[in-house]
Write a protein that binds this ligand. Sequence first.
Ligand code: BTN
Length: 326
Amino acid sequence: MSTKEKVMEELLNSDDYISGETLSQKLGVGRNSVWKAVKQLQEEGFDIQAINNKGYILKSTGDILNREIIKSFLDKTDDREIIVLDETDSTNNYAKDLARKGAKNATAVIADCQTAGKGRMGRSFCSPHGTSIYLSIILRPETDMETCQLITSCAAVAAAQAIDKVCGTDVKIKWVNDLFLNGKKICGILTEASVNFETGQPEYAVVGIGINVKSIKNIFPEELMNVATSIEDETGKAPSRAEIIAEILKNIDILTKNLSDTSFLENYRKRSFIIGQRVSVSKLGSEKNALAIGISDNAGLIVRYDDGTEETLNSGEARILPPLHF
Ligand code: BTN
């Protein structure tokens, strides 16, 4: 950890002024290094007050994305690797690269901006600077590929619970992995995995979560504004991105510890607003209308087609159709 990171950690853990002398003794560095670190942090936008004979205090963290701030919301014993970037093409790409190089389970990559954010089905994911959470988590599931597919639904529940806890919202899930607030999308999830062909076991999975936190008005392209929204636009409040990220990391840890324990699906079903709705199912290039009737035990969408046949969908997409009027 650099002196700047150590100073940040000390300031985050202190409710009162902490003197330069105390910091210098605690961290085993000179007073000048402490002063330089504080200056750097102030230049990065941290609201640190310095008062003669008293020392330094962190007045507020604002909404800066920073490793120490995220860590301050996690358990002290949580020693996972957290990488925070100002900008990258896609946090999923960055995380996959780290996973290939051997990064450990639970490693998290976060960026303030993505220049080539990826959505499902080869689509792009609008990823402007300073508004959202772009988070990718490396998982090394000790399970077969079929069970591994539950990761996306686990992540949907983990993110929905985290947002509700921090923001007091009632986030809904649209199969398979979109989170909605007041009928519009606030979050998308893209999971990518690498399989060992000899064993058929997953080597790693990267679950990528994108959440619109601050207002996206005048930032997102007009055509997205009919379908997308943000937490601030719906609640009038802009929560701390770091706190939401930390809650997601904690939830994902718990939910993915034993993927065969599918009790999280109860929460998934409760949040699902697709059940009972007419949907257009797109699969392998064709579209068919159906009624969404349930979520299966492997997080598939159970649909009944107009000819009465039923199917459990484990891939593809289901677009909600407007209600029929007679
Ligand atoms: C979708 O809605 O189609 C899925 C969007 C997933 C976006 C996230 S943002 C973090 C991670 N990095 C990416 O490039 N994509 C995912």
